[in-house]
Design a protein. Structure first.
Length: 227
């Protein structure tokens, strides 16, 4: 059964529940660990749903928004599908660079082939950043982008009947807090090409790790206690 009275707390809203913001993963896990080992307090965790500190409950109406859990699940699916597409784009970028490295002799600086390849790389990189902000889905965008230093926005915290579950931010943009795919200068040398291929290999690993993290957080989302 899908809980209809589930609340969604985008980070950046004041949080008085005692549940850390979604981006604060260590604090969420630490709290869950303490609760699992503290039977005397009666606290517990079920499928990633952590019991809220009731001494700091409830939320005020201005501190939460209510939404159907299906909408959250849909945003998670959008983020997961987008991550898969980003992986395909990274493979395309790497294949293009490998074509240059394997070509003998390499395309000389200023050649039409080399210029076209660099422009294509830049276009793919721009596309990846655009994909992390899907239209009309702020929740999916919050999942796929890094924490804002100004607002603290990061991921989503779900609340249902005194329990909370964090859907952590899994940034997959091209910036250093995401997949760390730097810009490729038009003056790139052959050594720069090889260096960038290595960066793309690491980006692929990071992407798969963060996609797995999202899937782990999504597990049990429909098993809210008391649903």
């Amino acid at each position: 059964m899908i809980p209809t009275d589930l609340s969604i707390h985008p980070a950046g809203f004041p949080n008085t529940s005692g549940v850390p913001a979604a981006g604060n993963t260590d604090a969420v896990q630490h709290k869950a660990g303490n609760q699992e080992n503290s039977s005397s307090a009666g606290s517990h965790q079920v499928d990633g749903w952590v019991e809220i500190d009731r001494s700091r409950f409830p939320f005020s109406k201005q501190q939460m928004t209510t939404s159907n859990l299906n909408a959250v699940a849909r945003s998670i699916r959008v983020a997961d599908k987008t991550m898969k597409e980003i992986g395909t784009r990274i493979d395309d970028m790497k294949n293009q660079l490998q074509t240059h490295v394997k070509n003998y002799p390499p395309f000389p600086p200023g050649s039409e082939e080399r210029v076209k390849m660099l422009k294509s790389f830049t276009s793919f990189r721009k596309l990846i950043d655009e994909l992390t902000i899907p239209p009309n889905d702020d929740q999916a965008a919050r999942i796929m982008n890094t924490t804002s230093s100004q607002t603290g926005d990061s991921g989503i915290v779900l609340e249902h009947k005194g329990f909370a579950k964090a859907i952590r931010s899994q940034p997959v943009g091209t910036g250093p807090d995401g997949l760390d795919i730097p810009e490729f200068p038009s003056s790139a040398t052959d050594e720069d090409f090889r260096f960038m291929i290595g960066k793309l290999d690491k980006a692929s690993v990071t992407l798969e790790t963060r996609r797995a993290g999202l899937q782990a957080d999504a597990a049990g989302i429909f098993n809210a206690p008391g649903a």
